[in-house]
Design a protein. Structure first.
Length: 267
């Protein structure tokens, strides 16, 4: 299939070791502008650090201005934006502002998430589902639709989400969460198909694939604060947020044709 791996046909042609090994050095991403959605948390700060460390400008988006200011107030490589990503109109306005102020985005790293579980299948509440649907699916649909034209037009367009290995072996107690994550993965494969059809896969005058949508899957994430809070805990199988940051930055260093539609397990 032209333009990258075909959705649902097996393992990604890019391994986690290859991805992490491709992390760009200082200045490697100079000139690129990357939206990090959910930027004020530990994973957002790690991804932002990796991107800015490689020379990119980060457009940090969060729902709380105070948390954004605390995280990035003195960082000249970061422009922060407060936005309710579950509000379609607000996200469209955000995309317009970024186009006007920064000439558009080259990347979107979507880190908005959340966890809700319950006791068994009958313990999967509607309230938890509504929360997960809004956080994991609605925010993703809004951001990818609003920024899609910018990412498609970019010479290095990348869209990425962090999903969970729970989609591979869902449990009754985590049914809401796994189902929402699986829906988010499916949405990203649709984004990948859109990129392919408009570039390397178009019927007339195809061009080399330049945009890619990718799923990065983890068991769970661990950060320095979690390790300090429980120094005796080993966190087996968890992905360190700094490694997630390296992986996100490396997406801009690898060929879009290899990455588009890829599901890369970092766990």
């Amino acid at each position: 299939m032209a333009g990258g791996p075909q959705a649902g046909t097996g393992a990604s042609p890019v391994s986690s070791d290859q991805l992490l090994g491709a992390a760009p050095g200082p200045g490697g991403l100079t000139g690129l502008k990357v939206v990090v959605a959910g930027a004020s948390g530990a994973s957002g700060q790690a991804v932002t650090a990796a991107l800015t460390g490689a020379g990119a400008t980060v457009l940090a988006v969060g729902s709380n201005r105070d948390r954004l200011t605390a995280a990035y107030g003195e960082n000249d490589a970061v422009a922060s934006f407060e936005c309710d990503l579950a509000d379609r109109a607000a996200v469209e306005e955000l995309a317009g502002s970024i186009a006007a102020q920064h000439g558009g985005a080259d990347g979107l790293v979507h880190l908005v998430g959340g966890w809700r579980g319950g006791k068994g299948l009958t313990g999967q509440s509607d309230e938890d589902w509504d929360f997960l649907h809004a956080q994991l699916i609605t925010t993703l649909r809004n951001t990818t639709r609003a920024f899609y034209p910018q990412l498609e037009a970019s010479g290095s367009g990348r869209a990425a989400i962090v999903s969970a290995t729970a989609t591979e072996s869902p449990t009754a107690s985590g049914a809401n969460y796994a189902a929402a994550k699986a829906a988010a993965e499916s949405w990203m494969l649709s984004v990948a198909d859109g990129f392919r059809r408009s570039q390397s896969g178009r019927k007339e005058d195809p061009v080399p694939q330049r945009s890619a949508a990718v799923v990065l899957a983890v068991k769970a994430l661990v950060d320095d604060a979690m390790r300090r809070a429980d120094p005796a805990k080993e966190f087996p199988g968890f992905t360190y947020v700094a490694d997630l940051g390296r992986a996100a930055a490396a997406l801009f260093a690898l060929d879009a044709a290899l990455l588009n539609g890829a599901h890369i397990r970092l766990a």
